[in-house]
Write a protein that binds this ligand. Structure first.
Ligand SMILES: NC(=O)c1ccc[n+]([C@@H]2O[C@H](COP(=O)([O-])OP(=O)(O)OC[C@H]3O[C@@H](n4cnc5c(N)ncnc54)[C@H](OP(=O)(O)O)[C@@H]3O)[C@@H](O)[C@H]2O)c1
Length: 113
């Protein structure tokens, strides 16, 4: 009898805030390749302004989803509502934050950015 083996790593999903920026893009590139292209089953790149995939200069990968329109200067409820529409968001296991601005609670707490 044979069965498909699926390790926990096969099911990991990365979510990257600020994926079009210098920091987020580097993280995005690595999640697609390092230490192997199988490290994450899915990678979700979050940006505010829409961006075409060709502008990211990344290797072809059908596990990449680009989601735009998540504006971190909006209220927490609005950001949560935007995130809830992102395909695969409920499967996220790993979050990388490289967005330009902190979300509102941090701003209110007086964090510098
Ligand atoms: N650069 C470094 O060496 C370094 C080191 C440590 C920490 N950091 C921190 O990492 C963060 C990113 O730095 P960076 O140098 O990568 O900046 P960056 O190149 O300017 O990239 C900024 C990213 O944030 C996004 N962004 C801007 N305004 C946004 C908004 N209102 N809502 C959602 N996303 C927004 C941008 O997406 P859009 O294009 O869609 O606006 C872009 O993806 C900053 O908080 C910085 O302090 C940077």
């Amino acid at each position: 009898m044979s069965s498909a083996s699926t390790s926990p790593a096969d099911r990991r999903t990365a979510l990257i805030f600020g994926a079009s920026g210098i920091t987020g893009w580097a993280i995005l590139r690595e999640t697609l390749n390092y230490p192997s292209e199988n490290e994450f089953a899915r990678v979700i790149a979050l940006v505010n302004r829409p961006i075409d995939r060709s502008e990211l200069f990344l290797p072809a990968s059908d596990k990449l989803t680009i989601a735009s329109g998540v504006d971190l200067t909006k209220s927490v409820n609005e950001v949560a509502a935007s995130l809830s529409t992102v395909q695969g968001i409920r499967d996220v296991t790993d979050v990388y934050f490289a967005g330009k601005r902190p979300v509102l609670p941090f701003t209110r707490m007086g964090a510098r950015h």
